[in-house]
Design a protein around this ligand. Structure first.
Ligand code: BF8
Length: 653
């Protein structure tokens, strides 16, 4: 294959260190010690944060400090800058009870929340569309270097969509599946097909509440319409549409992202790998893959395996090429390929600060726009690849399915060529990595159980497993990095509750050692017995954030086995350190699907008692589930255990 793509520099080239290192640098060892240990529970991250403080490298925690105090009206959801009559703030004590348009606190808070949720649903779903389009282009022979890996899953999805399979090649089937799924985004079909995977009882609740998702884009566009001034005027009505939009994400956009990635790159199987900043190698070219869509990172993995690239690395003086993951792209690669994981959201700047990273390759979502500034103080190159992102100061490759392999190879070549620029004296790899098990797709769990979900249901019925909780979401400087995830998971497994995790929550628990079978010693007697018998950890890695859709499918399977709705299961969700709009959508489709969900960070809704009441109580009368907000993970565990015990009692188990 010919290799010709060349990068363009976005904006301007950041030639020398762009940070005011002298201003940022701290020299007092006591202050450094106190500040760093207050920021994270990740031991290697503590060391790197100390390093950044001494070196004057600005991080997310520094910027958070600089932003204090944050605006209280904005935090409460009471500010609106939606139209040009504003911006407005609701300040009752100053007789400002309505915005210029006449919207009150309830409406302003609800509109802001729907805006946030919809942004998240759009992000997941647009990722889903990108992967579906790649499948379609693979089918018609226009995608370079991609292939259909899981034909069985392709056939299964084809059957769900009514696509003819007999006597057809996998490419022909992929073309029709791709086309059919692209229709799921618009208004042509008027139904989100994968939502049929939910149990009948759950679908009945959606129908009664009028929140059956009609299509992915339709709900998103309608949400944006509803939040225009002079349209949505009723906070409850606005929030109900939020649930419908979120369902279109969870059972639509995200589920397509997960399933079609499985078809293209393989459905994950249980594997073992390593996690934390210690996965970097001193004598290798280190490339971190950061972002979300595996259509980029899978191709980089292929290109890095090319003998030509290996030879080039050796020529540059390296022993080889070491690919490491970050955030959800890292989760995708870890799940399918066992690629080691450098860390979660708040590790992204610290990886660069090791001085051992030749390139950080990114696509979209959760990538700090300031990364090129951080990298400008090291030899690291930030390589952006998505036309949707194009980070200023990055090297941009126009990556798309038609030129995927050539571009991936050009990216790897650029990273390898950067190895001689590494300043060995500045390299600090702060420790050794931790082992973790990953790859717990629904299919892998089912296979481990012997082919059906009945044994898991039996273990739940017997009380060996008291319940199951999906711990998901991000890092947020309002919470000590990883503390919320790890504390909650430890307390739940101690109480015989199986944890299934995705996103940055999963990475946090991996780093804490909870994703190896020997972590079962931390579990209660029932769960410990199950883990020992099956050789699995008490905390299961189920993938990236779009893979929260795997949690939905797992819950649906358990509910169907018991012939109940999802809302009747002894299950819950939690997002102890969430920050992103995507997390709002995830939390909302969990709740809309019947899953009680506890948030560790307060959403921007405190300004409306009515909105708070509806989300934390009122929704019980609609979808038999609600949100709770509890920043203390131990107290959150208590709420969840109480909820699970209540559901067990109602089921008579
Ligand atoms: O989608 S958990 S910080 S990386 S938003 Fe982002 Fe949050 Fe991490 Fe993945 Ni999800």
């Amino acid at each position: 294959m010919e290799e010709n793509p060349k990068p363009a520099i976005v904006g301007r080239k950041l030639e020398t260190c762009e940070l005011d290192r002298a201003k940022m640098s701290l020299m007092n060892p006591k202050v450094i010690e106190e500040k760093s240990s207050g920021r994270t529970i990740d031991d290697l991250a503590v060391k790197m944060i100390q390093h950044t403080m001494r070196e004057g490298i600005e991080t997310v925690w520094d910027r958070f400090e600089m932003q204090q105090p944050q605006c209280k009206y904005c935090s409460d959801g009471l500010s609106c800058s939606r139209c040009a009559m504003g911006p407005c703030r609701i300040i009752p004590e100053h007789h400002r009870e309505r915005g210029v348009c006449g919207a009150d606190a309830d409406l302003i808070v609800a509109r802001n929340l729907l805006d946030t949720l919809t942004t998240g649903a759009a992000a997941h779903s647009d990722h889903g569309r990108d992967i579906v389009e790649t499948l379609y282009k693979t089918g018609i022979g226009e995608a370079q270097g991609y292939e259909i890996t899981d034909e069985v899953k392709l056939q299964k999805i084809a059957a769900e969509l009514g696509v003819e399979t007999s006597g057809r090649t996998k490419e022909e089937i992929a073309t029709d599946v791709g086309r059919s799924l692209l229709y799921e985004f618009g208004t042509f079909k008027n139904k989100v097909t994968f939502a049929d995977r939910a149990p009948g009882q759950t679908k009945e609740l959606w129908k009664k509440a009028g929140i059956v998702p009609r299509s992915v884009d339709r709900e998103i566009v309608e949400a944006m319409h509803r939040i225009h001034m002079g349209v949505g005027a009723n906070y409850a009505n606005i929030l109900l549409h939020g649930l419908r939009t979120a369902l279109g994400d969870g059972w639509g956009g995200s589920m397509m992202a997960t399933d079609i990635s499985d078809v293209m790159f393989g459905t994950p199987e249980i594997n073992q790998s390593k996690v934390n900043l210690g996965v970097l190698k001193e004598d290798h070219v280190n490339i971190s893959l950061h972002g979300h869509n595996p259509m980029l990172s899978e191709m980089i993995v292929r290109a890095a395996g090319d003998p030509e690239m290996k030879a080039l690395a050796e020529k540059m003086g390296a022993k080889g090429i070491n690919l490491v993951g970050l955030c959800c792209t890292g989760n995708e690669l870890l799940m399918r390929k066992g690629v080691p994981m450098a860390g979660n959201h708040f590790n992204q700047e610290l990886v660069i600060a090791t001085g051992a990273l030749e390139a950080m390759v990114v696509d979209y979502q959760c990538i700090f726009p300031s990364l090129p500034r951080t990298a400008s103080c090291f030899h690291t190159k930030i390589i952006s690849t998505s036309e949707k992102s194009k980070i200023v100061g990055s090297y941009y490759f126009d990556f798309h399915p038609e030129n995927a392999y050539d571009t991936a190879k050009a990216i790897v070549r650029m990273a390898v060529a950067n190895f001689p620029n590494r300043v060995q004296e500045r390299v600090l790899i702060p420790g050794k990595p931790v082992d973790l098990m990953a790859g717990f797709s629904v299919e892998a769990i089912q296979a481990a159980l012997g082919g059906t979900f009945k044994p898991l249901v039996d273990l739940i019925a017997s009380g060996d497993i008291r319940g199951a909780v999906g711990i998901v979401g991000c890092n947020n400087p309002k919470v000590k990095h990883d503390f919320g995830h790890v504390t909650l998971a430890k307390e739940l497994i101690k109480n015989d509750i199986l944890c299934v995790e995705t996103g940055c929550a999963a990475v946090a628990c991996g780093k804490a050692g909870l994703m190896m079978p020997d972590a079962a010693f931390l579990a209660g007697p029932g769960l410990k017995g199950v883990c020992n018998k099956l050789g699995i950890p008490p905390v299961l890695h189920m993938g990236s954030c779009v893979d929260c859709s795997r949690i939905l499918v797992l819950l649906a399977e358990l509910a169907k086995t018991l012939d109940v709705g999802i809302d009747q299961l002894p299950a819950a969700g939690a997002a102890p350190e969430w920050y992103s709009q995507k997390a709002v959508s995830i939390g909302s489709y969990f709740v809309a699907s019947g899953v009680y969900t506890v948030l560790g960070v307060m959403p921007k809704i405190a300004g409306s008692g009515n909105v708070v009441e509806l989300l934390t109580t009122g929704l019980n009368g609609v979808v038999n589930a609600s949100f709770a907000v509890e920043p203390d993970p131990m107290a959150a565990a208590e709420l969840i255990i109480k909820h699970i015990d209540g559901k067990r009692k109602a089921l008579g188990i």
